[in-house]
Design a protein. Structure first.
Length: 402
């Protein structure tokens, strides 16, 4: 991996972005142990102006495309680092972090950064290796590690100290299966190509007097001038944003396991947001201002009925209620969150909407219930800590009156 990063760093220092990094484009100089690794196939490479980001077209291989390319945002050198993260993931366990038979679902996974480290394959992989992968597979290209910084990462420059010494025979076996599937798919594509050409020639012979074009029929494999490079690799390289045809082979024998892995990742993230919201509301209910501040941004913005439609920013407005209402409220209070709905906004933000039901005993000793509709926006900071940055509530007050 160090040699790959050194090659990418050299390209980037000379303002060249490869755009199609994948295992199939990594070659060994010889069969000798420790042979040098070389980058191949610069057919999609572009020259950029320093760190400038621009739209250079939709190009690359589906499983290795970065989120910014899929969003058709301006991009640059970070797209190669994303591909390096995918390659490192594959080298460690033998299958890719993103996979789905359906291209749209595959792209959705990539744009959301929906990957994880399932057992048992990742149990013996060091935290440093996972940290490097996380740094490479950061959805926001501005926060993604550079090739130069990746070479300084402990897992690269201090590998004798931090790299795992466990013999990863399972990974070797997985890579063999992955390579076998690649070769099988190459044979399938070659057969399909030959069949297409044979059928086209037959049609041309039968309709020669009509001047038919043997290549004009719609086929599963587009010609090079249609925007897709004909390939026998494990996935087809896309070079045209209008191209719809791609091929991918499911790594290993458990495509359902990989699909479940992505689903579980999303579910865990949503459960995390729900849990944080419950803890925040528990702090409000108990009048714990210090606990409350651990969950909210100091510049929290909010719309609440008590503010009469005004946007409030900061903590002073809330601290007043903690000091004068919540902290002095001795009534038994029980708060429930009903019908929580979480919408993930990439890897570093989420929005949750829910109904908040508050049960309490009034001054006459009678049980009462209040209901409010609330929405909270959460954002994950650089230290991986989630904070509530915006809050909207309609309906009842935040706490029952004394």
């Amino acid at each position: 991996m160090q040699q790959i990063l050194e090659s990418v760093s050299y390209c980037h220092q000379h303002s060249v972005v490869h755009r199609d990094l994948k295992p199939e484009n990594l070659l060994l100089a010889s069969k000798a142990k420790g042979a040098a690794v070389k980058l191949a196939d610069f057919g999609l490479a572009i020259e950029v102006q320093g760190e400038q980001q621009a739209w250079y077209g939709f190009a690359g291989t589906p499983g290795y495309l970065s989120p910014e390319v899929l969003r058709k945002d301006p991009y640059g050198k970070p797209v190669d680092i994303w591909a390096c993260g995918v390659i490192l993931y594959i080298l460690l366990v033998g299958y890719p972090p993103f996979w789905d038979e359906d291209q749209h679902r595959l792209y959705a996974q990539i744009k959301a950064g929906a990957y994880d480290y399932p057992s048992p394959e990742w149990d013996t992989v060091t935290p440093e290796a996972k940290n490097l992968i996380n740094s490479m597979l950061t959805v926001n290209p501005a926060k993604r590690i550079t090739a130069g910084d990746a070479l300084k990462h402990p897992w690269i420059c201090q590998r004798e100290r931090v790299a795992s010494v466990v013999h990863r025979q399972e990974t070797v076996d997985c890579l063999k299966k992955f390579n076998a599937r690649r070769k099988l798919k190459g044979a399938i594509l070659t057969t399909m190509l030959a069949t297409r050409n044979f059928s086209s020639n037959v049609v041309a012979g039968a309709n020669g007097s009509q001047g038919s074009n043997p290549g004009s029929g719609r086929s599963l494999i587009n010609k090079k001038n249609d925007g897709i490079k004909e390939s026998t690799d494990s996935s087809t390289t896309v070079e045209d944003e209008d191209s719809k045809v791609t091929f991918s082979i499911a790594p290993l024998d458990s495509k359902n396991k990989l699909a479940a892995k992505v689903t579980n990742h999303v579910l865990r993230r949503k459960q995390e947001i729900i849990k944080l919201t419950e803890q925040l509301i528990a702090a409000i209910t108990s009048g714990d201002y210090d606990g409350y501040t651990k969950f909210v941004d100091p510049q929290l913005t909010c719309f609440e009925p008590e503010a009469f439609g005004n946007l409030i920013e900061g903590m002073e407005f809330h601290k007043f209620y903690f000091d004068n209402v919540l902290a002095k409220n001795s009534k038994a209070v029980n708060t429930s969150i009903l019908n929580p709905h979480v919408h993930l906004l990439g890897e570093d933000a989420a929005c949750i909407a829910y109904i908040r039901l508050t049960q309490y005993i009034d001054k006459n000793g009678l049980p009462k219930t209040m209901q409010s509709e609330e929405t909270r926006v959460w954002q994950r900071r650089d230290d991986s800590k989630w904070q509530n940055v915006h809050f909207h509530r309609s309906g009842a007050p935040s706490a029952p009156a004394k």
